[in-house]
Design a protein around this ligand. Structure first.
Ligand code: PMV
Length: 337
């Protein structure tokens, strides 16, 4: 018997991935860029056991057994096994028992699948002693999962090869490059989202003309500008690009037919609060970004955390969060009634 346990954090995109050119290989139509949170908060934890006595492969997600027949799960497993070290021998024949859990809401637009698949693939790769980049394998589980394989600021290069070999993640800068950066996650709702990112993306690719323009004309330029802003630690530019990209992604969702609505009134109130705060300060001190759900992620520098937390407590009561509890990636529940 052999056991491996791994932890992987979520990542929050500042240039969004939206749209696939290949559904099976999970190849995107544009590059994307994110930061991976620290392992202190919002993580997936996966334990894998293999034993010659196990009769079948079994999987438990958040303490509930689920079937092992997911295509994505099997694609990841087969790919890891294909690249397994020749020293693995009979280990490759043993059945697996996998337990995976998230310490935050699953499927609520909080990148749970990214952390989950990154963790699963990392653990499998450790078990079967795979060498080299494994982000391309995590991508087969959930596109954005490839970015959680690396820490800090990470770019997912869309790649051009039909095989997807060059559609992998690379680190742009380590987290230590910008140590003052903080993320506040505002949990507006932890309900399961109505339209999964997979079906939302498919519908956008099929029906949104705007998406094509975004992928071809806007994202390449914006990704370069974003990398420049991160490298030079220019928060003003970073914040503007982050907010514009989130807004453009949600405009694509609206341009999709029938439209996908991910944000709600509370999300929009958060957007207004951020712009009002930045206007009051005379420059961008905080940036919002929203994935395929109503929850907000705020990027800001450490100096502004206390004031922003006080503002959130004031505008969205009842919320009693002490700024001193605040760390990179710590989620706050926002009253959404
Ligand atoms: O990896 P998926 O299929 O969960 O898609 C994630 C899409 C967004 O979260 C909306 C954007 C992103 O780049 O993370």
């Amino acid at each position: 018997m052999k056991t491996v346990t791994c932890i992987a954090p979520v990542n929050i995109a500042v240039i969004k991935y939206w749209g696939k050119r290949d559904e099976d290989l999970i190849l995107p139509i544009n590059d994307s860029l994110s930061s991976t949170l620290s392992t202190d908060y919002m993580c997936s934890k996966t334990t894998i056991m293999v034993s010659p006595t196990f009769k079948e492969n079994r999987f438990w997600l958040n303490n509930k057994e689920v079937t092992f027949d997911s295509e994505r799960l099997n694609n990841c497993l087969n790919e890891v096994k294909r690249r397994a070290s020749p020293t693995c021998g009979e280990l490759l024949q043993w059945k697996l028992h996998i337990c995976s859990e998230n310490n935050f809401p699953t499927a609520a637009g909080l990148a749970s699948s990214a952390a989950g698949y990154a963790c699963l693939v990392y653990a499998l790769a450790a078990l079967y002693r795979v060498e080299g980049d494994i982000s391309g394998i995590a991508r087969r589980g959930s596109g954005s999962a490839c970015r959680s394989i690396y820490g800090g600021w990470v770019r997912w290069n869309k790649g051009t090869l039909p095989s997807g070999e060059d559609s992998i993640a690379t680190q742009v800068a380590p987290a230590s490059h910008w140590p003052e950066m903080r993320i506040i996650v505002l949990v507006v709702s932890d309900d399961k989202k109505k339209t999964s990112s997979t079906s939302g993306m498919k519908r956008s690719v099929e029906t949104s003309e705007f998406l094509k323009d975004r992928a071809e004309k806007v994202v390449p330029r914006r990704t370069d500008e974003m990398i420049e802003a991160i490298k030079s630690k220019n928060f003003e530019a970073f914040a503007q690009l982050t907010m514009q990209d989130s807004n453009q992604f949600h405009s694509v969702c609206l341009d999709t037919y029938p439209p996908c609505f991910y944000m709600n009134d509370v999300s929009r109130a958060i957007i207004e609060m951020v712009h009002a705060y930045n206007e009051y300060k005379g420059s961008n001190k905080v940036a919002y970004t929203f994935d395929a759900g109503p929850n907000a992620c705020l990027y800001l520098l450490e100096d502004h955390v206390e004031e922003i937390v006080a503002l959130i407590n004031e505008i969205f009561p009842p919320l009693a969060v002490d700024a001193t509890e605040y760390f990179r990636g710590y989620p706050i529940h926002v009253n959404s009634s």
